[in-house]
Design a protein around this ligand. Sequence first.
Ligand code: ZN
Length: 482
Amino acid sequence: MNINLVPMPNEIYTDYKLFFRKSIMENVSVEYDSKYSAEEYSITIDEKGAKIKCSSKAGENYAVQTLKQLEFSYAGNIPYLKIKDKPAFSYRGFMIDCSRHFFSVEELKKIIDAASLFKFNRFHWHLTDDQGWRMEIKKYPLLTEKGSKREFSNFGRYFNKNSHEGFYTQSQMKEIVEYCRKKSIEVIPEIEMPGHTSACLHAYPRLSCTAKEIPVRTHAGIFKDILCAGKEEVYEFLFDILEEIALIFPSEYVHIGGDEAPKDRWMECPHCKQKLESLGLKDYEQLQGYMLNRIHEYLQKKGKKAITWNESLRGKNLEKGITVQNWREKNDECSIRASVGGKIVVSDFFHYYLDYPLGMTPLKKTYMYNPVPAVLPESLRKNILGVEATIWTEFIENIDNMSMMSFPRLAAVAETGWTQKEDKSYIDFKHRLIQVLPMIKKIGLKYPDPSQWDPNFFKSIIQVLKFVNNMYNKETLRAGKQ
Ligand SMILES: [Zn+2]
């Protein structure tokens, strides 16, 4: 049935014979019923208005979003209908990288508002990286005093000679947490370790293997200076930070990074070598596994769980209780993990990385992607917790640009996360989205014209060439050698 809702509800019935003529939002009643599951809701619209049934605030919020979309398309003319609805996946996330470029609390709230419209329930907040440390930690003030500033930005086409800086105070982070809580969105903070830590090491050089001075990075890349896994003070430092984080973020999860960490320095470090030998580990990938397992154990004492990027599977000793976010490992790796009960969140690089142009990842490609590996038996599907779209910001320097890159594809990830696979249809989705997406204009966000959502072959080639050409410059190419 073609009614303008995104994501498409599980069940919807209307015969379009009778219509509600008044404002639906002013005629809503809510009844809590424990028979409904946590995120489930139903809506009945008749002459009395809209009646929502659910068992939680989350269910109520999703029902309200559905009503807002109906009012937007059919104000004063909403057909009497019945909807029964619940999500396909329990984890429906979006990630914003606030390290490569800093975004204000007010700007983040706009993206959160738009994500909530499409029933996302996790905001993964990438707060630390090589190009800037963005969270206030009271015990280690240099992290923000020194680590939140870089001299200039040299991300290829976005060369900017001005210095770039910014961080969130603890009270601002609490404000975001509370803002999201009201929308049934959990905020998952990410603290990168052991790699992507140049900004942290700029503030506290003694935490690396060599203890040498390094700058907050001004360009993208994978850097060899990472946190030392052999020095005990590194673990104490991380525990202290996580202790403060646990007081700010009530989330079930904390993301602890684990991606793109070259082992060059560890292999030459007496502390790391000693740690590896004393633990009887096979190689330095296992040392990373040990490090992250220890952090996970600490988080568990705080009632939390860790998520890491998929590279952490390489040592083959990652604790089963750690959830893995899969961005580019072969699906087999994650299928194996899921087949022994490990939990996976899917953020496939070729489909869910929204910082790449539509010419490379058109809307249809994002929409059609099935996050459940084909080899995974139906009985193990539950170990795929869900989906997450990532918005990396090396090439996104302002909110308009972020919005133009995020939409319409964020809505496609939302529908994959919510709607049952057998109920999905791309043509139908695109038609509905064209009607619904103008709602984000009210929030102050922009999106490309629908004629650009699936560029033709020639436009795609031009966009891809332009993007790749702009990614690289002399400094970026040199970065690999550092
Ligand atoms: Zn070391």
